[in-house]
Design a protein around this ligand. Structure first.
Ligand code: DQA
Length: 358
């Protein structure tokens, strides 16, 4: 697979340009990191940067690549020419913004070019480029169909069909709108390669009419809808981080529907998150004020927990008191989303057992 990464105006100034917003790494650093990742993913990668709109249009026309990762910089907010160029080719494009364009000046919130892309990743820093590349790889590896479970634009999930057994995936992101279901895709693709049907859902979060009770309501609705996909009962649910909190909360209410739950670095204790004052604190405070349960518990013996001691986002003590079979690893928070890490075979075994005993 060949992917072209296009960076637009002013992105050659990364490292010097407003480092408090865009970070201190340069464009060369970014391209080196991406090239290394590309080798591991079996992707042939080309990168260009130009501040000239017409050069971007021509690069899109002439790409010949199987996928595009594009950060058009400020042209994102105005360039109908780039948007039309993206629409004029069959190549799927993922737009990336390093900064959180939805939480800055109002004119940055809308992207004209993003409308012509299959996915927009924003506000995740430079890691967004790597996640865009992974999305393109997952997309080309396995087709999916997006199926709706409710009326809101966020009430959808990507269905990948395997042979038998349905697993629902619930992403995290601390209820922040810049994180979505693409973060669970590599796990979904791995599980479908192993023969399971997977439904990788998203839900309302802060900034998309959610938080609490919105997120909880949506996850519950999705789990209730899952058996009606025509793929049999829900054998397992896999949730990560905030999605782990939602999983623990929702599977306790869907005992007749969900056979087993695996939670990866789940947020368990909102009071603790507020007291600690770390990354989770602002959303945890809002959730508590909106009536979310301060603690969630493991449902029964069919709940499995994985947590990494190097987790800087959800402290490992969150899950140490959970009464569930538990694996503690040396990983950090996001490594648990990587199926090539050692914990994943443990997870897969637990999921397989829960199907056997269905
Ligand atoms: C940007 C966001 C744009 O609004 C801005 O004009 C840029 C960079 C980003 O990566 O966050 O140049 O695309």
């Amino acid at each position: 697979m060949r992917v072209l990464v296009i960076n637009g105006p002013n992105l050659d100034r990364l490292g010097m340009r407003q480092p408090e917003i865009y970070g201190t790494g340069t464009l060369d650093d970014l391209n080196t990191e991406l090239s290394q990742l590309a080798v591991g993913l079996g992707v042939e990668l080309d990168t260009i940067q130009t501040s000239d709109e017409s050069e971007i249009v021509v690069a899109i026309h002439e790409t010949g690549a199987d996928g595009l990762v594009i950060n058009p910089g400020a042209l994102s907010h105005t360039s109908r020419a780039i948007a039309d160029a993206l629409r004029s080719v069959d190549t799927p494009a993922v737009e990336v913004h390093i900064s959180n364009v939805k939480d800055r000046e109002p004119w940055r919130a809308h992207s004209v070019t993003g409308e012509a892309c299959v996915l927009t990743i924003y506000g995740r820093g430079r890691v967004g480029y790597a996640e865009a590349l992974r999305h393109l790889v997952n997309r080309s590896a396995m087709p999916f169909e997006t199926r709706r479970y409710g009326p809101h634009v966020c009430n959808v999930g990507d269905l990948r069909t395997g042979e038998e057994g349905l697993i629902v995936l619930i992403h995290g992101g601390v209820w922040r709108h810049q994180y979505g279901r693409d973060t669970m895709e590599t796990l979904a693709v791995d599980l479908t390669r192993r023969g399971y049907h997977t439904w990788n859902i998203t839900y309302r979060v802060f900034g998309t009419d959610g938080g609490w009770p919105g997120s909880g309501h949506d996850v519950l609705t999705a789990l209730e809808a899952a058996p009606h996909l025509g793929l049999g009962p829900v054998g397992g649910v896999v949730g990560h981080s905030a999605g782990g909190y939602l999983t623990l909360w929702a599977v306790g209410r869907t005992k007749d529907i969900v056979r087993s739950a695996v939670v990866l670095a789940p947020v368990v204790d909102l009071d603790d998150a507020v007291a600690e004052g770390g990354t989770l604190a602002p959303e945890a405070r809002l959730l508590l004020a909106a009536g979310a349960p301060p603690r969630v518990a493991a449902r029964d013996e069919r709940t499995f927990v994985v947590h990494g001691r190097a987790d800087q986002i959800v402290p490992v003590r969150h899950t140490q008191g959970l009464e569930a079979e538990r694996l503690e690893t040396d990983e950090g928070h996001f490594e648990l989303l990587d199926p090539s890490r050692p914990h994943w075979s443990w997870v897969v075994e637990r999921l397989a057992c829960s199907f056997e005993s269905t």
